[in-house]
Ligand binder design. Structure first.
Ligand code: NAD
Length: 351
């Protein structure tokens, strides 16, 4: 198949692109604006493949999207391009409204025109797949899980923009019959994660001898999924999922943020001990919490397991070990990003 991936230079999109080129026979068009969060170094190792193409473009630019679709004639559009960092959405929500809402509207509009021009099998098998987050469901108490029937209750500008884009996708399915799929996934981690996000940020700060800034008491709970497990879920959904259906994707790995930070420190202690023999955990410092910080997210992923046979391959223990090892072996990738893009600056402060 020909798969158009938006946001394919980012963390999850690039993992999808690498997987499609290295492990399948599909062709890929990577359509990415290359914002602060996008780097072509994430897809360097597949860039020479004759099944891979790249177009630098903005999902808000209808003409650019139209030209990309017309030139590539995709069987599937997987839409990942987004502003993705909650702290940045607190400081500057405008970019989130543009890319996540307006950009998704543009993608849907152009996908619809293209899909309506298709005939026969091509029209029947075309899919528009929107990659979304479990954060659209809001915050849980100590118990309970998000299912696909949980009402949307987004709390941050980021999650509100993703909730709105999910609603647009769903509306294009109901109103125009566009064959849409939505996946709502929990927190991802793994290689090429932009170093402003919790796990890579802790690795970067630890190695730099800086304070490991834990928000509030560090007792917020997230479900963690290794990025390659997310990618295998996405492939299962766009290859075999039922149009109009939503699938929750999660790793069955509920952890408090402070537990995640301790796990990172333990691996660093093992792999690159501090010269003074102390644990990196000695660098942990508690800082002002994120305003409106959701307390707990947890996913019931039984639908995708029962209907599509998908299950994660990594536990948190195995995935975090691989991740810390990857960051230690790939300083060439993240050091320039931290230096040039101020990835490790504190954002989204209260007030
Ligand atoms: P990311 O920030 O690492 O990458 C986003 C990519 O989109 C970048 O390459 C960027 O250049 C590109 N982009 C941004 N604005 C664009 C625009 N206007 N036009 C074209 N390209 C643009 O994000 P990620 O973590 O890889 O997340 C990808 C998707 O998955 C997002 O839609 C996000 O909401 C969703 N998601 C992420 C997680 C997670 O834990 N990271 C979990 C669930 C869902």
């Amino acid at each position: 198949m020909r798969i158009l991936v938006t946001g394919g230079a980012g963390f999850i999109g690039s993992a999808l692109v690498r997987h499609l080129i290295e492990w399948t026979g599909h062709e890929v068009l990577n359509f990415d604006k290359l914002t602060y969060a996008g780097t072509l170094s994430t897809v360097e190792r597949v860039a020479e493949s004759d099944r891979y193409r790249f177009v630098q473009g903005d999902v808000c630019d209808a003409e650019a999207v139209r030209a990309a679709i017309a030139g590539f004639r995709p069987d599937v559009i997987t839409h990942l391009a987004a502003e993705s960092h909650v702290d940045r959405s607190i400081d500057g929500p405008g970019a989130f409204i543009q890319t996540n809402l307006v950009g998704t509207f543009v993608m849907l509009s152009e996908a619809r025109v293209y899909w309506q021009s298709l005939e026969g099998a091509a029209r029947n098998t075309f899919r528009f797949h929107h990659i979304s987050t479990d954060e659209v469901y809001g915050s849980l108490g100590k118990t309970g899980l998000f299912t696909e029937a949980t009402p949307y209750d987004p709390r941050s500008p980021y999650s509100a923009s993703k909730a709105g884009s999910d609603h647009l996708v769903s509306a294009w399915g109901h109103t125009y019959g566009l064959p849409v799929l939505i996946t709502n996934c929990s927190n991802n981690y793994g290689p090429y994660h932009f170093p402003e996000k919790l796990i890579p940020l802790m690795i970067v700060k630890a190695l730099g001898g800086e304070t490991l800034p834990v928000y509030g008491k560090g007792d917020q709970v997230r479900d963690w999924l290794y990025v390659e497990d997310h990618v295998s879920a996405l492939v299962a959904v766009f290859e075999r999922g039922a149009p109009g259906r939503t699938y929750n994707v999660g790793g069955n790995n509920e952890m408090q943020n402070i537990e995640v930070v301790h796990a990172v420190c333990a691996h660093l202690d093992r792999l690159r001990p501090r010269p003074d023999g102390k644990s990196y955990a000695a660098q942990i410092g508690y800082v002002a919490d994120r305003p409106g910080h959701d307390m707990r997210y947890a996913i019931d992923a039984s639908r995708i397991r029962d209907e599509l046979g998908w299950e994660p391959q990594e536990t948190f223990a195995s995935g975090i070990a691989k991740t810390v090892e990857w960051y230690l072996a790939n300083e060439d990738w993240w050091r320039p990003i931290v230096a040039e893009r101020q990835a490790d600056a504190r954002r989204g402060l209260p007030g």
